[in-house]
Design a protein around this ligand. Sequence first.
Ligand SMILES: Nc1nc2c(c(=O)[nH]1)N[C@@H](CN(C=O)c1ccc(C(=O)N[C@@H](CCC(=O)O)C(=O)O)cc1)CN2
Length: 296
Amino acid sequence: MTAQTLDGKATAAAIKDELTVRVRALAERGVTPGLGTVLVGDDPGSHAYVGGKHRDCAQVGIASIRVDLPGDATQADIEAAIERLNADPACTGYIVQLPLPRGIDTNAVLEKIDPAKDADGLHPTNLGRLVLRVAEAVDSPLPCTPAGILELVRRHGLDLAGKDVVVLGRGTTVGRSIGLLLTRKDVNATVTLTHTGTRDVARHLREADVIVAAAGVPRFVTTDMVKPGAIVLDVGVSRIVDGDRTRLVGDVDPAVAEVAGWLSPNPGGVGPMTRAMLLANVVGAAERAAGIHASD
Ligand SMILES: Nc1nc2c(c(=O)[nH]1)N[C@@H](CN(C=O)c1ccc(C(=O)N[C@@H](CCC(=O)O)C(=O)O)cc1)CN2
C-alpha cells in the first residue's frame, strides 16, 4: 500500500486563487489589505518563511510591509516596531516571526500586537476566543498551521469525526492550539497531546487514527509507530546542512508512506497551507474592518 498524498502545494494554490477574488472585491471598495512581518535575526529558516509570505502576498494582491531587525535587537526595539505597525493604516494585519532570539520575552511581544491586526491568531485575546469557543461567532483569526492542517484534511474529503488524533509536540504555533480546533463540534475528533514528558509516545502513535507530527525531530515517526491506513501530517521540519547544500527533513520517515493511508509530504504539505491560512487571516481582517462579514 502507498499512502495517498495530502497535497499542500496544490491546495494552497487553490486557496490563493479564491483569496485573489476576495482581494479584488476589497479593491473595488478602495481597500488594500497589507501584511506586515517582523523578523529578528538571521535564522535561515525564518528568512525563507518570511520571504515566502511576501511572495504569496504579491501573488494575491496583498501589499507587503517588511520590518527586519538585527539579531541583537532589544525587547524595546521589537516592541517599538510593533507599536509602529499597530499605528500604520497601510498594515491591516501582521506577524512576528517565531522563534525570537534567546533573551527576548516572546509572550510580552505577542501581547503588544493589536488583536484586530493579529494575523497569526497568537494574541492572548484571539487564543482566548478560541478557548471560549467565540472565535467562530466573532470570526477572529485562527493559528495558521492548525487551521491549515484542518483545511488540508477537509479539502481532501477526509472526515475526522470520532477519530483518535495524537499530536506530537506542545509548541506555541501548533501543539498547544490544534486540539482546540480538532475538538470543535464541527470537527469532533478526540485528541491526545504527547510531548517530551510522555512516557511511551510510540504506544500512543500506534493507536492513532491521525498523527500530527510537530516535534521538530528529524524522522521521529517510523513505520512501526503508524497504524495501517492512518492519516499522517508531517509538520515539523529540520534544516540539515550538508556541505553547501541544505536539506529539509520532516518529523516523519518517508517510508511511513508504505503504511499510512494518507501522508502530507514535507516540504509541500503543511508549510504551504500555513502560508495560505496567513493570507486568509489577513484578508478576513481587512474584510471585517471594511464591514464585510463571512456570511455576507
Ligand atoms: N509567527 C509565526 N512563526 C512561525 C510560524 C507561524 O505560524 N507564525 N510557524 C512556523 C514557520 N512557518 C511560518 O512562519 C512556516 C513553515 C513552513 C513554511 C513553508 O512554506 N515551508 C515549505 C518549505 C519552505 C522552505 O523551502 O524552507 C514547505 O513545507 O513546502 C512556511 C511557513 C514557525 N514560526
